[in-house]
Design a protein around this ligand. Structure first.
Ligand code: SAM
Length: 344
């Protein structure tokens, strides 16, 4: 293992997953299911065909592959989906992965969720060592929330946020900026999130998977969002990072932070430290490219983990330089899979 400079600038001597561009892969995002209890308009089609359950990695296999990554130097695991909390018995995976926090092999075990099941699981997540989590909320208007998610109950999600905070978990809100849909809520969402002690990150809609409405209609560059916020708030750039792609500004009036994830207008590939595992064991080295490595075959092909670890090394050795998302009228999706497949 060689000493490396992590994106934060700190020296990190603990990973041996280094890609051809010298980037150090310390962050694995794992989609544990492609299923979701919501159908957000920009994410999924109304009628989705989900994978047959037999194609999914078992919870034991998910633990096995995550643990192989941890041995190789991954320091942060994010469980996502689909909606991770709808996977049956998902808490047993959190419980078993928490052993890596106890041994300090892992810095962070976290998840991205729509929050609908947090009232049930927040306390248990905290017991498993989850200290922070991301909840996706695109509108604070109950009717609009239901329209965007095609079925969601905002009040249930808000109760989930209460439960997470009561359990001592720090919550960050993610909101996809949607032109003509939630753009009038940008300022009020900041006031709400910061008023509850939560950071808020805006995300540009990405061209992933076929969905009904044209994405060009929904796309809103975050430069516009930022300009609008700057009219109401005093924003100061910070170099603070949370291990992901967001760039942050601090808001003088609230003391809180706003993050911007801008895959379209400013890609963040040069500091990419992550790879993504699907629930069927395909490892995507880039969210916006189609190349993947079949870790399920490597894992099922042998009892020991040598083949799995070799397959991980080989995959990191071909991590591409970056993605090239473009949103233009009538353009095809950059990648055919929905976000729920690779995990957001
Ligand atoms: N169900 C969980 C949730 O709602 O956060 C985790 C999975 S979801 C796919 C993760 C994130 O991806 C959410 O914040 C969602 O808004 C975002 N997302 C989904 N499709 C997207 C797209 N096409 N462009 C940008 N963000 C997207």
């Amino acid at each position: 293992m060689s000493a490396i400079i992590a994106p934060s600038g700190a020296v990190d001597a603990r990973t041996n997953l280094v890609d051809p561009f010298g980037r150090h892969v310390t962050y694995l995002r794992v989609s544990v299911t492609d299923r979701c209890d919501l159908r957000c308009v920009y994410c999924m089609a109304e009628e989705m065909t989900f994978l047959p359950k037999r194609d999914l990695l078992t919870l034991e296999e998910l633990d096995r592959v995550c643990s192989a990554f941890v041995r190789k130097g991954v320091r942060k695991l994010r469980i996502t989906g689909g909606e991770p909390l709808v996977r049956r018995d998902i808490m047993s995976l959190f419980r078993s992965l928490s052993r890596h926090l106890e041994t300090d092999a892992l810095d962070e075990l976290t998840l991205t969720t729509n929050g609908t099941l947090l009232t049930r699981y927040a306390a248990e997540l905290a017991e498993c060592g989850v200290r922070r989590l991301n909840v996706s909320v695109d509108s604070l208007d109950p009717e609009r929330f239901r329209r965007i998610t095609r079925r969601g109950d905002l009040a249930q999600v808000l109760r989930g946020l209460d439960a997470a905070q009561a359990a001592g978990i720090k919550v960050k809100i993610n909101a996809v900026a949607l032109k003509g849909v939630n753009e009038d809520e940008i300022e009020s969402m900041v006031a709400w999130a910061h008023g509850r002690g939560m950071d808020l990150t805006f995300i540009e809609v990405m061209p992933m998977g076929d969905i009904e409405p044209e994405r060009i209609e929904q796309f809103m560059p975050l430069s516009v969002v930022r300009e609008r916020l700057a009219a109401s708030y005093t924003l100061t750039d910070t170099s603070e990072r949370t291990g992901g792609p967001a760039r942050y500004v601090r808001v003088a009036e609230t003391g809180g932070r706003i993050g911007f994830i801008t895959p379209l207008t400013h890609n963040f590939c040069e500091s990419c430290n992550r790879v993504r595992l699907t629930c069927t064991g395909q490892l995507f080295m880039c969210l916006g490219q189609e190349d993947a490595a079949d870790l399920r075959a490597a894992m099922r092909g042998s009892e020991g983990d040598d083949r799995l670890e070799a397959a991980i090394d080989e995959a990191i050795g071909r991590k591409p330089k970056g993605h090239d998302f473009v949103i233009e009228r009538q353009s095809r999706p950059a990648v055919p899979r929905h976000m729920s497949v690779t995990g957001g």
